[in-house]
Design a protein around this ligand. Structure first.
Ligand code: TIU
Length: 231
């Protein structure tokens, strides 16, 4: 069994690739492109697009290393039966969940805005978990998927750092998973929330998990350079 060690805060973390999953949280057009849920809440969605290239590099490396890759999407059934009224009734009354927008009905499954951005599109065989809440464990089959694959450690990327990434890390931490978050593979509409959310994860001796960078993670995931055979 090979072990991979990644430089991280508060200290390096070692994991076994076959027991580790990359979880890409909500890299959907609804959050990253104008006209979706993110902008309906009054946010500048361009801030989130910086996370796409590092996520793509980590996704490619994870695929090459044979890690389980899981994608999540936040969204609701077209009849809104799984959407809590308390969630739907927030925000601008003309731009609420389920209302029509330039990318289809806002935050509704099957609509163009609900889809994952093309750069990070799931490949055949990669589970896509549809979630009605902010956390990826709430009302989903994520835990069953992880448990059937013997996963103990999660690399969590995506948007937004302080909402769906943080909620998922908290849920995972309470369920006994070790979570590693590459800082530049996450983003927030509020840069200060991004920074503080990351600090909250690795503070207190790693109270919620570990924080690294895509560079350090890619270094650890890169295939070992073959050593010359001694003469
Ligand atoms: N995926 C996710 O983070 N959902 C949100 O609603 N995030 C906000 O920051 N609004």
């Amino acid at each position: 069994m090979t072990t991979t060690t990644v430089a991280a805060q508060p200290y390096p973390i070692s994991f076994r690739p076959e027991r580790t999953a990359l979880v890409l949280i909500d890299m959907q057009r609804d959050f990253l492109e104008p006209g979706g849920f993110g902008s309906s809440l009054g946010n500048d969605v361009h801030l989130l697009q910086a996370a796409i290239p590092p996520c793509r590099a980590v996704l490619n490396a994870a695929r090459r290393a044979g890690l389980l890759v899981i994608h999540t999407r936040e969204g609701h059934r077209p009849d809104l039966s799984d959407a809590p009224p308390a969630k739907v009734e927030r925000g601008d009354p003309d731009l609420r969940i389920g209302m029509p927008g330039p990318m289809g009905r806002i935050l509704i499954r099957g609509e163009p805005g609900h889809d994952i951005v093309p750069e990070l599109y799931p490949e055949e065989g990669e589970p896509v978990v549809d979630k009605p809440g902010k956390g990826a464990f709430h009302a989903t089959d994520l835990q069953a998927i992880l448990s059937h694959r013997g996963i103990s450690d999660l690399i969590v990327c995506g948007v937004t750092t302080e909402i769906c990434v943080h909620t998922t890390v908290r849920e995972a931490n309470d369920r006994g998973y070790r979570c590693l978050v590459p800082s530049d593979c996450c983003a927030s509409y509020f840069p200060v929330f991004h920074e503080v959310a990351l600090q909250m994860i690795h503070a207190q001796g790693g109270i919620l998990g570990w924080v690294t960078t895509s560079h350090d993670l890619l270094t650890a995931l890169a295939p070992r350079v073959a050593q010359p055979i001694p003469a």
